[in-house]
Design a protein around this ligand. Structure first.
Ligand code: ADP
Ligand code: ZN
Ligand code: ZN
Length: 753
């Protein structure tokens, strides 16, 4: 019940507290004191209650954090809260997670709570199970049409319909037959029908024989071993890295773990990457279980989101699956947390509250004392290091459930070869052979648009964005130049703005150009392009994937939307147009991310009856990292990268935080950054605190959306020291008058520089 979820029963003898310290959604790093209002909530005043307060000139919703008897202000100066919005505090596990998140990421508590609540709760809507109405004809109503309906034909018809349904009908079903609420209300007023309210979400079936809608798959021997290890410790914190090659049946392991969790009357929370929560994935979970599978994705209405939150908080929803923000879903009876594709970048929020959902999952599982499964074919170096050190359990699936092992990467040297739409002749020949054999081909190119930019062949001018240090991408459908960093658009110039020449040509290839080339080369074969532009319509991706599932030969051209997660049984050839972008990037994670992406794309090939091939085009076919990946695989490259990180003193061997500063005025941001760095260095040296402070330096793209970006890096061997320094720095910035004109944030464990 809600009471065990955190509330204590009020002690009738206790006096109400004199002061409520309240967190409000504001960048200010403090609580605000108010007096309780006269009307005490049923549970008494407690942390976790939402209240409406007047704050400045606005009315806002805040959350009670402490009940005290003292304030730094005279009690008479405190305003009373306007109203308490809850009859019981928000769930205790959720409140704990918000406190933890605010502390760990050094983010204001009020804003953290705000971000972690569904929009309707932020706005002050009550949290209660949403109800629906069921209408029944009264049994004592006369059988023939009562006189009160003599001139109300539709009402009479409605009554007749209800009589045919002894268990009644819900409003939606009635309205679907073109009756109105007004007609229902009239019948109610005439005493001819009754109305009952029932909870919208079904009660869980206590009888667990009806848990499954389909039988589980018989496990492979590796899956059996993994599942046995998970079953050993269902009542303990048990962090596991499920390190399993693409197609090895990790999802089947999740499904059977969830089954065990739900049979014990507990809930399972499953996090998937942003592009992972497709109807395909969801269908797989829903096909297995008869109990409700609540999905939290961007397509929900705010009402649906609130329902899902409530169903999870009350314990009625046994299985919750969602993207990053679903980590903030309260659970009445937590039983396990699963993070699929744990290496995926979308688990890290890149603005505002910069949390990492995987890392919060670790904290949550520890707090609840439950198993945590982090699954991936290409684990992050952080997780791999913890698993290899024995900190976490390292569970492995080395073989595919199907016949064929994942294909090795074949490097194809691009140097000195003519290209068509980015592809060289021998690769085009292999594509032709594959299509002729009746199979499907996936061409991966991590650039949407027609070409990365437009160039003048007379003078070398390149189309650049006025607002960013970046080139504008050339698009064909519709024709325009677009900046992918600030979304600025421009019409195509007819001649070069520098020299007037009309010899303007696309430089390089994007998805549109490769699609066009392939359509020209293979006119009889359908070419499907999949990127953010082609899938703006919600169901576009599903539609294409549905068609691809039917198995006719076809070409798929796409960005990383296509690279992850999808099961494409008829694809036997994967072509990577260019592997080079991440090989020499300045970001120390670039190689890790590039190799993860390559392995994930490669994993789409040969997942069913026929073996697969993966051709990787590159200008650097003798690059040692790329060769190691191609010849020995991801685990070997990861070992090597971890050694490099250790030698360079980089995560996961040291801890890092990044202060990001930005402003439209370059001198404002550089002055503040320099002052902050000086102040921090002085404080570090007087405290003799071993934290390195590097910079300030310009961010990799210094000018973005016409704002200047600088950063200061903090690094330490000890997380506690890093946090101490970060806390001091945010305190200094919060107090600095100059910092008000500059937007700044501290990024703990940054994923990109
Ligand atoms: P992963 O999540 O590791 O990429 P999946 O769970 O998607 O792998 O499994 C890949 C394919 O193998 C799926 O089609 C799945 O149905 C099938 N599969 C998984 N486990 C088994 C099993 N034990 N027996 C037969 N097929 C299996
Ligand atoms: Zn020119
Ligand atoms: Zn731009």
């Amino acid at each position: 019940s809600r009471a065990d979820a955190g509330g204590q029963l009020p002690n009738p003898q206790a006096l109400p507290p004199r002061v409520l310290a309240i967190a409000v959604p504001s960048p200010l790093r403090r609580l605000f004191d108010y007096r309780p209002c006269r009307e005490m909530p049923a549970c008494g005043w407690q942390p976790g209650l939402r209240v409406r307060i007047s704050f400045g000139r606005r009315q806002i919703v805040g959350v009670v954090i402490e009940c005290r008897d003292q304030s730094e202000l005279p009690l008479a100066d405190l305003k009373p809260v306007e109203a308490c919005l809850d009859s019981a505090p928000l769930p205790a596990d959720w409140l704990w997670l918000c406190h933890f998140t605010a502390r760990y990421y050094q983010h204001p508590l009020g804003d953290t709570l705000h971000q972690a609540l569904p929009v309707l709760l932020r706005q002050g809507r009550p949290l209660e199970a949403r109800m629906r109405e069921r209408w029944q004809a009264n049994s004592n109503a006369p059988d023939n049409d009562p006189p009160t309906l003599a001139r109300a034909h539709r009402q009479a018809e409605l009554l007749t319909m209800l009589r045919q349904h002894p268990h009644g009908l819900v409003t939606q079903a009635i309205v679907a037959q073109s009756f109105t609420r007004e007609q229902l209300k009239s019948l109610l007023a005439k005493g001819l029908v009754t109305r009952r309210e029932e909870a919208l979400t079904a009660q869980p079936k206590s009888d667990s024989t009806h848990l499954l809608a389909e039988p589980p798959l018989p496990l492979t021997s590796e899956q059996t071993t993994v599942l046995a290890a998970l079953h050993e410790k269902l009542d303990h914190y048990h962090p596991c890295l499920l390190d399993g090659v693409t197609g090895s049946g990790k999802t089947e392991v999740y499904l059977q773990l969830i089954e065990a969790v739900v049979r014990r009357g507990r809930q399972a929370l499953v996090l998937v990457p942003e592009i992972g929560l497709t109807p395909q994935t969801l269908a797989r979970f829903r096909a297995r279980f008869q109990v409700q599978v609540v999905a939290l994705h961007s397509g929900l209405t705010e009402h649906e989101r609130l329902d899902a939150w409530e169903a999870a908080a009350s314990g009625r929803a046994p299985i919750i699956i969602g993207t990053r923000s679903a980590i903030f879903t309260p659970l009445a009876r937590p039983g396990a947390i699963i993070v699929d594709e744990e290496h995926d970048g979308s688990f890290k929020q890149q603005d505002g509250l910069r949390y990492h959902a995987r890392d919060l999952a670790v904290a949550r599982a520890h707090r609840h004392g439950i198993p945590l499964v982090l699954g991936s074919a290409t684990p992050s170096l952080e997780s791999l290091a913890r698993a290899r050190s024995g900190d976490w359990r390292h569970l492995q699936l080395t073989r595919r459930a199907s016949r064929h092992a994942p294909a090795l990467l074949e490097l194809v040297d691009l140097r000195g070869r003519p290209r068509q739409g980015g592809l060289i002749p021998p690769v085009i020949d292999t594509i032709r052979d594959t299509l002729t054999a009746g199979h499907q081909v996936l061409v991966f190119i991590n650039r949407r648009g027609f070409a990365p930019t437009l160039a003048c062949h007379a003078c070398g001018w390149l189309a650049e964005c006025d607002h960013c240090d970046a080139r504008m991408t050339l698009h064909r459908t519709p024709p325009l130049l677009a900046c992918h960093h600030c979304d600025r658009r421009r019409a195509l110039p007819e001649s070069c703005p520098e020299c007037g020449s009309i010899d303007l040509r696309p430089l390089g290839s994007g998805t549109e150009r490769t699609e066009e080339t392939l359509a020209g080369l293979f006119p009889k074969v359908p070419v499907h392009r999949i990127d953010r532009d082609s899938t703006r319509r919600r169901d576009a991706l599903e539609q294409v994937l549905g068609e691809v599932k039917r198995g006719e030969p076809c070409l798929l051209v796409g960005t990383q939307m296509l690279a992850k997660g999808h099961h494409l049984p008829h694809v036997t050839l994967v072509v990577v147009v260019n592997a080079d972008a991440g090989l020499y990037a300045s970001d120390f994670r670039a190689l890790e991310q590039t190799s993860q992406l390559l392995v994930q794309v490669a994993g789409r090939a040969g997942r069913a009856a026929h073996p697969g091939r993966v051709l990787v085009q590159t200008l650097h076919s003798d690059d040692p990292h790329l060769r190691l990946l191609a010849e020995q695989g991801y685990a070997a490259l990861a070992t090597h990268l971890l050694e490099e990180r250790r030698a360079a003193g980089l995560p996961p061997f040291r801890f890092m935080a990044l202060l990001r500063l930005e402003s439209p005025r370059e001198e404002q941001v550089s002055e503040l950054a320099a002052q902050a760095a000086d102040a921090l260095r002085e404080w570090l040296s007087t405290r003799k605190l071993a934290v390195d402070c590097l910079g300030p330096v310009p961010a990799p793209m210094e000018r973005r959306q016409n704002r200047y970006h600088l950063q200061l890096m903090l690094a330490s061997d000890k997380r506690s020291r890093l946090h101490e320094a970060g806390a001091w720095l945010t305190g200094w910035l919060a107090a600095s008058p100059d910092a008000r004109r500059v937007r700044w944030s501290l990024d703990i464990d940054p994923q990109t520089l």
